[in-house]
Design a protein around this ligand. Structure first.
Ligand SMILES: C[S@@+](CC[C@H](N)C(=O)[O-])C[C@H]1O[C@@H](n2cnc3c(N)ncnc32)[C@H](O)[C@@H]1O
Ligand SMILES: [Zn+2]
Ligand SMILES: [Zn+2]
Length: 368
């Protein structure tokens, strides 16, 4: 797969049982058990709002009310699939439509000083000196000749943009998008107390086994890791699209089989996230024992991969858009997820992959 999804089982958001009123903190009262309260409680009829005539503010239809969200700001109804970007799971807690939410439907890309960019991406000061165009050009001459690369099915390292201004723009677009979603940048899998420990991520638990990354591909991976630690990222920009939300655009041609990025975020058990709102969760491990299955959850930390959109699996046009494949590999016994170019990708193209690579759980019918 890709972003993990389960059928929403929680109480549909469109029929709130009550709305909580906020007021000044009250003095603590003596504790009474619910039984005591019920003994003296009088029966009252709670007036309920009538949602039977609710129609979608976008398409005007009142059908499929089980897929209708009710905005906590303006009280209007919206079909999850009529919203842009499409909402695939019933949100947990309050939900606001684009008009009511923050009043910023189109997020802006902020300008950052070089110091801020270095802090945000945790780039070493000494490393920034290595990214002069001269060094990059010299490095590239030492790579294998083009003919060999064409025949090979091996992973190729991405080629970062040399132009400093364009590189800054790419980093600013990613930093702005992450900050807007209140996410920290992290280019590796992270493990935290209360979630799955690192020891849970073992490829030997995968039910049908997992392909092992070759030594040569591991060297490519290490090369890309070293580049990213120096602040040399793949030539990608995060842009905001009215229909698709955030999406990732290619800033320079990327060859077929190029390693684009690793899918990163906090590792957690699937069982812990059954009712989670995050629409960017990625399958990491499908164990024979489902209790051991793992997800990558970029809800607090993540990188550019959580902004890459999916193809519509149900149309020919959708399938034609795919230019990335999502592959899971065992690297030194640990499961990892990588995004690799599945064909040559031109400058200006947007990146897309199939969200339903492993399980057919993600509803993409309404994807553009
Ligand atoms: C992994 S996130 C991708 C980034 C997302 N667009 C954003 O703004 O954060 C997955 C979500 O993006 C949206 N999305 C992804 N692909 C899409 C597509 N082809 N058309 C419309 N929305 C899409 C859906 O809302 C989906 O739940
Ligand atoms: Zn609608
Ligand atoms: Zn609203």
């Amino acid at each position: 797969m890709a972003p993990f999804n389960s059928t929403p089982q929680s109480r549909p958001h469109h029929l709130p049982a009550f709305r909580r009123k906020e007021g000044p903190p009250k003095k603590k009262k003596k504790f009474r058990t619910m039984k005591d309260v019920m003994k003296t409680a009088k029966r009252v009829a709670i007036p309920r709002e009538d949602y039977s005539k609710l129609t979608c503010k976008i398409c005007g239809s009142g059908e499929k009310d089980e897929e209708m969200l009710l905005c906590d700001g303006c009280d209007n109804g919206f079909h999850m699939m009529c919203l842009r970007p499409v909402v695939v799971r019933v949100p947990i807690g309050s939900w606001y439509c684009n008009k009511c939410h923050d009043h910023h439907p189109t997020p802006v890309v902020k300008k950052f000083t070089q110091r801020k960019i270095m802090d945000f991406f945790r780039i070493q000061k000494s490393a920034m000196k290595c990214i002069s165009p001269e060094v990059s050009r010299r490095q590239r001459k030492r790579t294998r000749p083009l003919v060999l690369q064409k025949k090979s099915r091996k992973l190729l390292p991405y080629i970062p943009t040399e132009d400093h201004n364009r590189r800054s723009k790419q980093m600013e677009s990613l930093a702005s998008a992450l900050i807007n979603l209140k996410l920290e940048f992290s280019n590796e899998l992270t493990y935290f107390l209360g979630m799955a420990p690192k020891s849970a991520n073992q490829s030997k638990f995968e039910s049908d086994g997992m392909q092992v990354m070759s030594k040569e591909d591991m060297r490519t991976l290490e090369k890309c890791k070293a580049m990213s630690e120096r602040g040399e990222y793949p030539p990608l920009t995060v842009v905001f699209d009215a229909l698709e939300g955030y999406t990732v655009e290619v800033d320079a041609p990327i060859k077929h089989m190029t390693f684009v990025a690793e899918y990163t975020g906090d590792v957690d058990y699937i069982r812990n996230r059954a009712n989670d709102d995050c629409d960017s969760m990625m399958t990491l491990l499908l164990a024979s024992d489902p209790l051991k299955s793992l997800l990558i959850c970029p809800d607090k930390r993540g990188n550019i991969t959580r902004f890459i959109n999916g193809i519509n699996n149900h149309t020919e046009e959708g399938r034609k858009k795919q230019n990335l494949k999502c592959v899971r590999y065992s690297v030194k016994g640990e499961c990892r997820v990588f995004l690799v170019a599945s064909r040559n990708i031109g400058k200006g193209e947007r990146l897309y992959y199939n969200y339903n690579g492993y399980e057919n759980a993600y509803p993409t019918h309404h994807f553009v």
